[in-house]
Design a protein around this ligand. Structure first.
Ligand SMILES: Nc1ncnc2c1ncn2[C@@H]1O[C@H](COP(=O)(O)OP(=O)(O)OP(=O)(O)O)[C@@H](O)[C@H]1O
Ligand SMILES: [Mg+2]
Length: 187
């Protein structure tokens, strides 16, 4: 089990908590010596998917590229974390099929709370009419039907969410129970 690669696939609205959770989980896994790679939507779009926009076709292409990289890493024992919005069910299901060891986590948060958080100031731009085609506002977000886990970030703290995710990964057999023990911060 020690080196089983898997992909932790977060999906949810902008501001729901995908990047925050990715970094927290990465830290916990690295403390156990695991190789972890985060494919975050923002970073991917400046490199791997540079030039792609936000049409359905471009969003699907973006997700397929992320899934392809995840599949390569996963089969080599890496823990791969995808932190893109991934709004379309079909593309996520394609990723699941492509990758195999796939754990879909719906990072669920009401849009009003995401708007209040407005981590990147994007909701303000949307409200000012300066940003169109924004997921959850005037572009679709298709909720997962059968995610392995739902995390409601308006109802729990980051630490609680991290614990829920690690518990699920242990339950699914991707991590051994020692991962549930807090390790001293090694940074
Ligand atoms: N339980 C929780 N899990 C994760 N984030 C939380 C939680 N509770 C509150 N937050 C806060 O919610 C915000 C989430 O912002 P974050 O940038 O992670 O969202 P995102 O899903 O990556 O958005 P985007 O798609 O725009 O990149 C952060 O400010 C974080 O501190
Ligand atoms: Mg993010």
């Amino acid at each position: 089990m020690a080196n089983t690669g898997f992909t932790l696939w977060f999906t949810g609205l902008s501001g729901a908590g995908k990047s925050t959770l990715s970094e927290a989980i990465e830290k916990r896994l690295q403390q156990h010596g695991r190789n972890v790679e985060i494919l975050d939507g923002d970073i991917v779009r400046t490199h791997l998917s540079k030039g792609l926009g936000f049409s359905r076709e471009d969003r699907d292409t973006n997700i397929k590229r992320i899934a392809f990289v995840c599949s390569l890493l996963t089969r080599n024992g890496v823990v791969c974390i995808s932190a893109a919005i991934a709004p379309y069910r079909e593309a996520r299901d394609w990723a699941r099929h492509e990758i195999g060891n796939f754990v879909e986590v719906y990072v669920k948060c009401p849009i009003d709370v995401c708007r209040q958080r407005d981590v990147k100031g994007l909701y303000k731009l949307v409200d000012e009419g300066k940003l169109k085609g924004f997921t959850g506002v005037d572009d679709p977000y298709e909720e997962p039907e059968y995610p392995e886990l739902i995390i409601e970030t308006d109802k729990e703290t980051l630490d609680e969410s991290v614990t829920h995710i690690l518990n699920k990964l242990v339950e699914l057999g991707y991590l051994d129970p020692t991962y549930l023990e807090e390790t001293a911060d090694v940074r």
